[in-house]
Design a protein around this ligand. Sequence first.
Ligand SMILES: [Zn+2]
Length: 588
Amino acid sequence: MEETFADIEKDIDKAFRALPIFKLPLDVALIDCLTVFQRTMFETVDIRSFLPFDAAIVHFKEALQILVPELYRNCPTPRLAKYPFNTPRVLDVAQQALIFCTHYSSFIHSFTLHHYGWFEGHISDNIVSFSYPEGFNFGLGQLNLRLHIHREEKKLRQARETVLYPLSNPPEIVFKKLREMVQSKSRYILHSVPDEVHTAHLEIIKAGMPVPTIDCTSKIGSYTLGQYYDFWCEFAALMLDHYSFCRERSTVEDINQVIADSILSFTVDEIVTLVTRRLGLAAEIVKDMTREMVLNLNVKRPDILIQPLLPLPPDKVLIAPSLIFTANWELCLLRNWSQRYPDIYSRTIAQKKSSLANAVGTLFDSRRFIVETNRKLKDEHGIEVGDVDVAVFDPHEGCLALFEVKWILEADSARESKAAEDQILKGIKQVKDNKARFESDPQHFLDSVFRQRRLHAPDIKCVIIALVGNGDIGGDQSQHEGVPVFDYDLTSEVINELEGCSIEKILSSVSERHNAFAKEIAQKECVMKVKAAGYLLQLPGWGDTQPEDSYESGEPPKIFRTAPCPCGSGRKYKDCCKRIEQYSDNAL
Ligand SMILES: [Zn+2]
């Protein structure tokens, strides 16, 4: 019988629903998942594990993001709201479920892209292969991801510099203090963290976290964005205190015991008391902020990356410290706001967009260029017909550049990528319309846009249009519209390196930098392979090495027929991925 995509999706969903973890009581399942996650974080040794943007743990967090809401839906609710003392830990069940979910998330992602028509698909036996449609520019299509990595590397370098040098308390003192606490046989230090330790961790958090990019006085509900930032830093630093203490303990005590202790359970009020001890914020405000961090199970897609406190009935929340200090607070806040207060959120975004336009404007040297930002366009009756975000005139060359700017939350799902792409396409249309308006009545256009100096239509020898995106620059579709789409960060980097150049030279350099990235990606294109529940998924990807031959010589390790399948499904190997065993699993 010929299988369809829907059949396979259903079959893999079925395997997901049958994961053994769903038979555990909810509290056990939740605590064990967080423990496995926390253990993985303990195993990463670099400063990376303190920072929100590390790609190595993103996959793992995605698995938690998929699994946790389903635990609430499927696991039996326990009678006791604490980890039952006599329940044996079933960490390998949680581990397997999370492994399965890392594979499962690739399947879901690919099926969604296929559904949107971004992927072409092909099924043969138990192999599902996806590819981009013909003519797709792979390098440009993956540019967003490359830019994301570029930004992360930059932030990581900055954070390392901060952590290595100007801490007001040198790491030796911090470790000495932590060791003293360990020697005193403490198991829990949050009520008595030494100031030296806390101050150092607060500095690390501030160095690693993105700084606010919206006006700190923006207020929604009972608090401002600036207050929320302070709250988050304090909370994250406390979690880092606890985490570092547990790490220190694990050098002398049983690691399993320490990791079990590293998962915290609090009431919201207890968190409020902890956080307000050092922070001069009213308890009521901190309570609102804390409540908004508790996973909301009443929405269609509860998201633990936005709301990392997991409710444990009747009144506790579970906390994996690393989930707190690796979260991107501003993204969390904005996503939360966009769900809870959509109107206020769109106003905030409008404000953000106009400040981005100003930021783009200031990239261009005002001694050399005439720059205008956020200008309204009106027709001859004075009716508003559109706006120009940024206009730059280069008097030396007679060149006019018109930019539309887009401020978009970085997409972390296929659905959001689709929304981002739509916004970019809209921006492209706007900037094309502006060019058409200029062409139909150049003098009227110039008079509406340029206030500082009157420009004369014959002075304009050429018009360039471009889109500048912050956070996302769309995918392959938007690259085909004949309008360049630039990343704000990369653009500012390039402009800072160039001085005294014409606008044409500047923009062609920005273009070149984007193309160099795209070319680099295209050269690294490869087929990613993922196995789950007896299916092999092949999808386009890119990477530094082709890990095809991970077994340098000799036979790959033999898996016994009755052993649990390595895909994490909880089934026996012979009933699961054995049917695709001839395909090496080079990605996952
Ligand atoms: Zn399997």
